[in-house]
Design a protein around this ligand. Sequence first.
Ligand SMILES: [Zn+2]
Ligand SMILES: [Zn+2]
Length: 210
Amino acid sequence: MVAARARYHAELPRSYRPWRHLATPFVVGGAVTAGCIACLEGPALSDMLAVPVMWLVAIACEWRFHRDLLHRRVPPLQLLYDKHTLSHHAIYVEGAMQIGSARDFRSILFPWWALPALAAALTPIASLSGLLFGGDVGRLVLATSMVYVMVYEAMHLIYHLRPTHPLRRLPGIETLARHHARHHDPRRMQRENLGVTSTLWDRVRGTVAR
Ligand SMILES: [Zn+2]
Ligand SMILES: [Zn+2]
């Protein structure tokens, strides 16, 4: 843990700008979301169902992505495993979850290009939803997934802040932070408490740590 943290700091590029890194997903995700909302043509109530449906799909995808891509080395996405299992989980273990300073953001957040890449990857899916169910549904699918990823990044970072940080007092955060901390037990990380933004899919799949 100490060695992993020292290695992380030794390998941190001198050019690393933690606040710029933190801002990128929120600026890009916020811009895409705002663009989608600005282009809405007046969604019907039934179109609005796209929001909870997409949120639920995202919860299930997050669980699977975490188990199958962040905790398994799958070519050509080995970088995800290396960053998450080998680095993030080596630095932070249950009982020692806290970042030291903003310089540690890189050990928590996805790479800065992840959200723009995800937006690009999701655009065809949103377009297809738009073709099938109407343009507003497509725009709501893309906007919801962007908000979801921003919430994921924010919540994951908050779980790794000091327990006395004001953001830790947000409703429900302590319960979810404990859920995530248990996932950081090396004996559990591969199969339990894989949900980050909620415990829902761990309950559905029976992977809540006991
Ligand atoms: Zn974590
Ligand atoms: Zn994990």
